[in-house]
Design a protein around this ligand. Structure first.
Ligand code: ADP
Ligand code: MG
Length: 248
């Protein structure tokens, strides 16, 4: 498996009038093709900073981030669909901004709309769709730019519990069937175990990698099916213990 992202001894600190705020310290990890990495850690430990380094919004102060920022797509906490635009126009927005709206890319957008059941809703406004459908539209908007690596920063936190389980399952299976790599940041340990191939645990600020846990589930299981296995419970208690040690 080829790596599409590598962090080597990365440090990052924010500088302000009051001095320096170290956010990340000696971060090392890799993400391979089609790999799904989940990052968990206490709030303020530098998770969003880490994603900004991958996206090329920030540069490391020490060490190196090896990857192609142009091959990265970002999916945010809220779906950020524009209410006055139809679903189709929302989905084409990223391409328009990047001046990449061609007959080819438009055909790919239509293909994705059809494949993931949004084609018949393409003329609707976001408010006419369920929360789950809106998240799916937001994912398709990211996919049409053909990223290799998707960054998901707490993408389901605005959803109620029941919807959240279904949407996570849905989004996870689309990412896998499109053969993308992904990095998901979440506070939800069950979500981390149900969706990832590997979990990276960060310490409190400045964030360092405390441990990685490889998740060995049968690849045929959906994230909801994973939750029903014994392995899931074992991973949960392992992760729970690890996280509890981080809280002073
Ligand atoms: P997380 O996403 O894990 O909650 P962040 O990456 O957003 O954490 O932030 C890491 C730390 O850096 C936090 O303590 C935060 O207060 C600090 N921080 C974030 N952005 C800035 C900034 N622009 N200037 C100074 N400090 C910042
Ligand atoms: Mg954050």
């Amino acid at each position: 498996m080829q790596n599409i992202l590598e962090f080597h001894e990365v440090d990052y600190a924010y500088h302000s009038m009051d001095g320096e705020v170290p956010a990340l310290e000696n971060i090392n990890f890799t993400v391979g093709e089609e790999e799904f990495l989940v990052i968990v850690g206490p709030s303020g430990c530098g998770k969003s900073t880490l994603l900004d380094l991958i996206f090329g919004l920030l540069q490391p102060e020490h060490g190196s981030v090896i990857g192609d920022p142009d091959a990265v797509g970002y999916m945010l906490q809220k779906d950020h669909l524009f209410g006055w635009r139809t679903i189709e126009k929302n989905i084409l927005l990223g391409l328009e901004i990047q001046h990449r709206l061609t007959p080819d890319t438009r055909a790919y957008a239509t293909e994705l709309l059809k494949k993931y059941g949004l084609y018949e809703f393409r003329k609707k406004r976001p408010s006419e769709l369920s929360g789950g459908m809106r998240q799916r539209a937001a994912l398709i908007r990211t996919l049409v730019t053909r990223p290799q690596l998707l960054l998901l920063d707490e993408p389901f936190s605005a959803l109620d519990y029941q919807t959240r389980l279904n949407v996570a399952d849905d989004i996870g299976s689309i990412i896998r069937s499109e053969k993308k790599s992904a990095i998901l940041v979440t506070h939800d340990l069950s979500e981390a175990i149900s969706m990832g191939d590997r979990i990276l645990i960060l310490s409190a600020r400045p964030g360092t990698v405390i441990r990685t846990i490889d998740l060995a589930f049968n690849p045929a299981l959906s994230s909801i099916e994973r939750r029903e296995t014994d392995a899931f419970k074992q991973y949960f208690s392992e992760l729970w213990k690890e996280m509890n040690q981080l809280v002073p």
